[in-house]
Design a protein around this ligand. Structure first.
Ligand code: SF4
Ligand code: SF4
Ligand code: SF4
Length: 339
């Protein structure tokens, strides 16, 4: 019998045209032989029934097999979303995706070109993103923008949200930068007061303009108390392994969450049941960080993001490292001059 999943993230390629400073996948990005992706999709659907397939990467539009993989997912009854940086100009490809009923999740961290360039690690792409957003909207495509809160885009958050609102992009995902094993993590991380300030700005904008805001990367409740932001819906890290952001890459490697770099196994060789209910997977529920012993908020907070602890501390059994990283490093750019 096939396993049933609400959502699977499928990393169709690990190639990317950007070099984002905040990329949680930076350690696995690189030139990919993504020709394997179609066989992996076929294997995945031979073992699983999937309500929603979210195709990510790398940058999915770099894959020649994107449409073929989407077709296979659609034939098997999945809704499909593509997470893209939308920097690649290819009008026909966007239109084709829209015709297949694909939803787009587009990361837009700032409407300010210098900030956008700095965070994406490449220069001059913002104009492409804005052009492609308008193209998708003009062709009745659905976009959910994603904004990642970092030290560098906090001062431009208001303008970025106003741009989104003016384009009727009223449902927005906002995630705080989640610490990952890349060289920039300290300088990107907002200290706790700045993070609260960022969520306050967004909460007020949501109230003023009727925006629907979700924030899915769990932040420890001793830093961000969800009840202080009544216009933002904060997600929980689910206990049920099947409800986590399960991730399969184009080689068939399977992870509990896209932010975790630990492979549970490979879908070509291992059963979902063995991977999802291994000692390691189950210890995501049973292991409580020392820092959180006796905390009455643990049931909901879970000590923040275990994948971030894994990436920074080398073990998911410690509290989310953002708890202790209140002081950020000196900025490598003077953001006051970014205007
Ligand atoms: S576009 Fe996405 S995959 Fe590519 S570097 Fe940026 S965050 Fe990473
Ligand atoms: S569970 Fe841990 S991280 Fe969460 S609020 Fe309590 S002490 Fe803070
Ligand atoms: S491990 Fe972190 S990123 Fe993954 S679902 Fe849990 S809180 Fe979210």
């Amino acid at each position: 019998m096939k396993s049933q999943f609400f959502n699977i993230n499928f990393e169709i390629t690990h190639s990317c045209n950007l070099k984002c400073k905040y990329c949680y996948n930076s350690t696995i990005l690189g030139n990919s032989d993504s020709s394997r992706s179609i066989n992996t999709i076929k294997k995945l659907y031979s073992k699983a029934k999937i309500k929603q397939l979210t195709i990510s990467g790398g940058e999915p539009l770099l894959s020649d097999l994107l449409i073929e993989c989407i077709l296979h997912a659609k034939i098997n009854g999945s809704k499909v979303a593509v997470i893209t940086n939308a920097t690649i100009n290819n009008d026909n490809k966007y239109k084709e995706l829209i015709n297949f009923g694909v939803d787009f999740q587009i990361t837009l961290n700032s409407i300010n070109q210098k900030v956008y360039d700095f965070l994406s690690g490449k220069e001059g792409y913002l104009k492409n993103v804005l052009k492609n957003i308008k193209l998708i909207l003009a062709n009745n495509g659905r976009i959910i923008p994603t904004v990642i809160l970092t030290k560098y885009n906090l001062s431009t958050i208001q303008d970025t949200f106003l741009f989104l609102k003016e384009n009727n992009l009223n449902t927005i995902i906002v995630n705080r930068y989640n610490l990952s094993n890349n060289p920039h993590y300290k300088e990107l991380t907002l200290n706790h007061n700045e993070l609260r300030k960022g969520y306050n700005i967004i909460d007020n904008l949501a109230a003023k303009y009727g925006l629907i805001i979700t924030s899915n990367v769990c932040t420890p409740h001793c830093i961000i108390n969800p009840s202080d932001y009544s216009n933002i819906h904060f997600g929980l890290c689910p206990d049920d392994s099947k409800m986590k952001p399960l991730t399969v890459d184009y080689k068939g490697n399977f992870r509990l969450c896209n932010h975790s770099m630990i492979n549970l196994g490979n879908i070509y060789n291992d059963s979902f049941e063995d991977m999802l209910y291994s000692d390691y997977s189950l210890s995501w529920i049973s292991s409580i960080p020392d820092y959180c012993n006796d905390c009455e908020k643990y049931d909901k907070c879970k000590g923040g993001c275990k994948a971030a602890a894994e990436q920074i501390e080398g073990t998911k059994d410690k509290v989310d490292p953002i708890v202790k990283l209140n002081e950020t490093q000196p900025l490598t750019c003077n953001i006051k001059n970014w205007g």
